[in-house]
Each structure stands twice: as structure tokens, then as C-alpha cells.
Design a binder for this molecule. Structure first.
Ligand SMILES: [Zn+2]
Length: 96
């Protein structure tokens, strides 16, 4: 059985021309469609531009595209945000 590639975020299947971006994070591998990965890149741009409110908006948009975000996606996204310097609200204690 051939597994079809789908976007881990919005669930869109890989199209004929547009190929999904392959993401590897820790032990997980998944794919993001062009639209979703573009949002992710834009977040990085906004962080670089120090436009926190737009970056916030885009991050919310990204997560709203994921109807049922997987742990792999959330963990990767958290890691990504930390990596690009997005995370600024760290006043609350994390109780993991
Ligand atoms: Zn997508």
C-alpha cells in the first residue's frame, strides 16, 4: 500500500506540481504543504523584523489550519519558534 503524502498541518494531499516540504524533527518525519510552510517562513521574517504582533497572528493562523494538530507537529512548531526567537512570553511556569 502506497502512503500518500499529506500536510501534517492542514491535511492537504501533495499536489501534482507543488511538492510538500519534508520536515524531520527528533524521531518524526512529516510534510508541510507549500501554503503552510510559507506561513512558517513568514513567521520567521516577522520575528526578524521584530513585528511580534504579526508573527503572533501568523502563528495563530498556522495552528488554526491544523484541525487536529499532532504531537509531532506541535513539538516541532514549539521548537521552531524557540529557534527563531519567537518565544517571548515565558513568565508562566511550565508544569510538564
Ligand atoms: Zn498545509
Amino acid at each position: 500500500m502506497k502512503e500518500s503524502i499529506h500536510c501534517e498541518c492542514c491535511g492537504k494531499k501533495e499536489g501534482f506540481r507543488k511538492s510538500h516540504e519534508r520536515i524531520t524533527h527528533e524521531n518524526d518525519t512529516f510534510y508541510l504543504c507549500v501554503d503552510c510552510s510559507q506561513i512558517v517562513y513568514k513567521i520567521k521574517d516577522k520575528v526578524i523584523e521584530k513585528n511580534q504582533s504579526l508573527a503572533d497572528e501568523l502563528a495563530t493562523k498556522f495552528l488554526s489550519l491544523a484541525k487536529s494538530p499532532s504531537e509531532a507537529l506541535l513539538s516541532w512548531f514549539d521548537n521552531y519558534k524557540t529557534k527563531i526567537g519567537f518565544i517571548v512570553h515565558s513568565t508562566e511556569d511550565k508544569s510538564d
